[in-house]
Design a protein around this ligand. Structure first.
Ligand SMILES: Cc1cc2nc3c(=O)[nH]c(=O)nc-3n(C[C@H](O)[C@H](O)[C@H](O)COP(=O)(O)O)c2cc1C
Length: 335
């Protein structure tokens, strides 16, 4: 008998714990249909960015002002305006289209870092039919005058503002850059998050030695990166009621299983789907079922969290003791 892969995430009952995370892949309706056919439990659309929304609104304002003085001049802005509109408006249309085409939940993604007028787009996403919202708070605190407490408040203000704007479930995607990630998770939950997506991979720019300029680099992840969400999901599981999604480094069924065992409600994949194609979703799910059958697990619910910090035989494995063990046990390779 096939094991029961169903799970719960953001209040939805999903048929499998594999979610396609935000990327250009999930912006393509054909790919979304295919991912649904292959068994993914939900999809997250690529993000709409704060900058896109603010840009469009500034342009609208400019048009209104120009229009008040000169209708002819205002007409000149129309092609530009249409161009700017195609971002946010096309996004709303995509949500509606994806909802019509799919029966699994379609999560819209809003990406920003400051509380502002752009946040009202969350409501427009809800109105367009998004099943849930993923708020990606991506902030690089480069100014030393901004304290850690202020950075945290920035996150919390944003989450509260979006929470106040919508009724649909809200997931918060964040990086692991807090002094106390577990404490911050509790505060995000109190601010109204229904789920956490752990973690954002921070972009690390590279330096071009020829041109002496900083260049952005986006490299696809590798399996070992899944150990960061593994650590923190394992720690958080016993402390939060909200649902937990693991993102980063899910390339094989083993990566997915480990994350579920420490307590993830869902595992998300982007790099592995980009590298091997959407068909890799089936490979991941089949690998998951095969391992569960072999070990006589009948459901994901049965295994989920059984190796979290609270449940594993040696909780110190999550802590400093393991760090020391690792250093002491390191065998220097013979040259
Ligand atoms: C090409 C590309 C585009 C992405 N676009 C988005 C995005 O629009 N919004 C977002 O929240 N995350 C975005 N991500 C991050 C992924 O959703 C995911 O969280 C991250 O890649 C880690 O998962 P992975 O190891 O499975 O790739 C993007 C990642 C890649 C590689």
């Amino acid at each position: 008998m096939s094991p029961d892969l169903s799970t719960r995430y953001l209040g939805f009952s999903l048929r499998s714990p594999l979610v396609a995370s935000a990327s250009p892949l999930t912006g393509d309706l054909e790919v979304l249909r295919r991912l649904e056919d292959l068994g993914v439990g939900a999809v997250v659309l690529p993000s709409l960015f704060e900058e896109q929304i603010e840009h469009e609104e500034a342009e609208l304002l400019r048009l209104a002002e120009v229009g008040a003085h000169s209708y002819g001049e205002a007409l000149d802005y129309f092609p530009k305006l249409q161009h700017y509109n195609s971002g946010p408006d096309a996004y709303l249309a995509k949500i509606a289209e994806a909802r019509r085409a799919l029966s699994i939940p379609v999560v819209a993604s809003l990406n920003g870092a400051s509380r502002g007028g752009w946040v009202h787009y969350a409501r427009r996403m809800e109105e367009a039919g998004a099943s849930a919202l993923e708020l990606n708070v991506y902030w690089v605190p480069v100014h030393p005058a901004e304290s850690g407490a202020e950075v945290e408040q920035r996150y919390l203000d944003l989450v509260s503002a979006v929470r106040a704007a919508v009724r649909i479930p809200l997931a918060v995607k964040t990086a692991c850059v807090f002094s106390s990630p577990a404490h911050m998770a509790l505060r995000l939950e109190a601010a109204g998050a229904d789920g956490l997506v752990l973690f954002n991979r921070l972009l690390r720019p590279d330096l071009d030695l020829e041109k002496l300029e900083l260049v952005p680099r986006l490299e696809l992840s590798e399996s070992p990166e899944s150990r960061l969400p593994l650590l923190w999901i394992g720690v958080l599981r016993e402390h939060v009621r909200l649902t937990l999604a693991a993102t980063s480094g899910v390339h094989s069924a083993s990566d997915a299983l480990k994350l579920l065992l420490v307590g993830a409600d869902v595992v998300m994949a982007t790099s592995s789907l980009l590298r091997h194609g959407p068909g890799h979703a089936r490979t991941l799910l089949e690998g998951l079922s095969a391992w569960m059958r072999e070990r006589e697990y009948t459901s994901v619910a049965q295994l989920r969290g059984s190796m979290s910090r609270a449940n594993c035989p040696d909780p110190t494995a999550y802590e400093r003791a393991n760090y020391m063990r690792t250093l002491v046990n390191y065998a220097t390779p013979t040259p």
